[in-house]
Ligand binder design. Sequence first.
Ligand code: PXG
Ligand code: PLP
Length: 435
Amino acid sequence: MRPELDAYWMPFTANRQFKKSPRLLARSSGMHYWDDQGRQILDGVAGLWCVNAGHGRPKIVQAIQDQAAEMDFAPPFQMAHPKAFELADRVAKIAPAGMGKVFFTNSGSESVETALKMAIAYHRVRGDASRTRLIGRERGYHGVNFGGISVGGIVGNRKMFGTLLAGVDHIRHTHDPARNAFSVGQPAHGAEYADELEQLVALHDASTIAAVIVEPVAGSTGVLIPPQGYLQRLREICDKHGILLIFDEVITGFGRTGQPFAAQTFGVTPDLMTVAKGLTNGCVPMGAVIVKDAIHDAFMNGPEHLIEFFHGYTYSAHPLACAAGLATLDTYADEGLLTRAGELQGYFAEAVHSLKGEPNVIDIRNIGLVGGIELAPLPGEPTKRAFNVFLDLYEKGLMVRTTGDTVALSPPLIIERGQIDQIVDMLRAALRRAA
Ligand code: PXG
Ligand code: PLP
């Protein structure tokens, strides 16, 4: 029996199309979902870039069940519970050196708001209160709250919502198909796009700029891999001008690019890092901001009975999320999952790049276990070609994600080589059917 579909206003969904032919998932295990009709579906996107250890992992299930029975909720303001400290400690241990402090939120969007507020407040507590401007990037996705859409660079997410935050500017995106199409791994061209930050410094003056936020790999705007040297150049310019660098690692965090964090894969350490998704394997909503010790320490001033940072969520460090997070990190460690994408990336790259030459494929991009296959848009109907491929693949038993006219792959990190082949074979067949 299907439920009544009317009341639920679905997020980021073509509601009317969906309700005419609903795609209802009922069960999941390992690399697969099953729909409400019992049909098996191979998960090519780790749910929504989050189920990095695969579905239904026993340790995580057990930890959530045990925690729900032991203690359901603990207030996070002026109170705490032990697992919050344990999880922060465990996260700090896999983070880049010097990033030893962890602030918990409930989503990637909340992590972004938190990091932007931390950056502005950090300058102020150090007596540098004129640094309030925030710099984002075209085609950036930083969640859906007001700060995140202001620094974000997706017109559809911005245009309906008024004037957004004041004092925000953007550097250009790094997508350059004319020079970089079909690059395997990091593209060769485009480090100089980071120099646009110098132009914004010339325009606004460094003394007005608090932070720059970028995704090391832009995920939801089509899998854009940073050109060689680009993130290094951005880091240098930030250092030169006293600007904080925020990496939004909501997708890239927890093993997606071959190291625990993309900061480590690319050898560039930001000042703050936003994470979510893979932190709990998607099992309980949770996000975090991972911060350099020096930034945290700058707040630890004044009388000790006073709150140092006026920010937090009712559900920050929720016990169920902390229990899920600890069991998730155990699972990643037990199975070597935080570096498995690095071991598989050669095989994965060859597989996805074998789609070059299939109908309407105009670019293929990859890093770690992320792939983007960009299709030529249908004339006058952008996004429709990729959406049709998504619908067709779902019918055939493969779940992918599309964004614009790009098909995105980001399978659970437990994927086997044969399943990579299966995904690519199914995609190849769908591209041929769509031609
Ligand atoms: N930053 C980045 C880099 C993200 O990818 C968020 C922030 C927001 O996280 P929450 O948990 O608030 O959704 C994200 C989330 C897609 C897609 O289509 C990607 C995300 C969310 C929804 C869809 O690729 N990423
Ligand atoms: N709105 C009201 C009226 C509240 O009382 C609160 C929290 O106490 C919030 C919003 C914020 O909710 P949360 O802490 O879950 O983000």
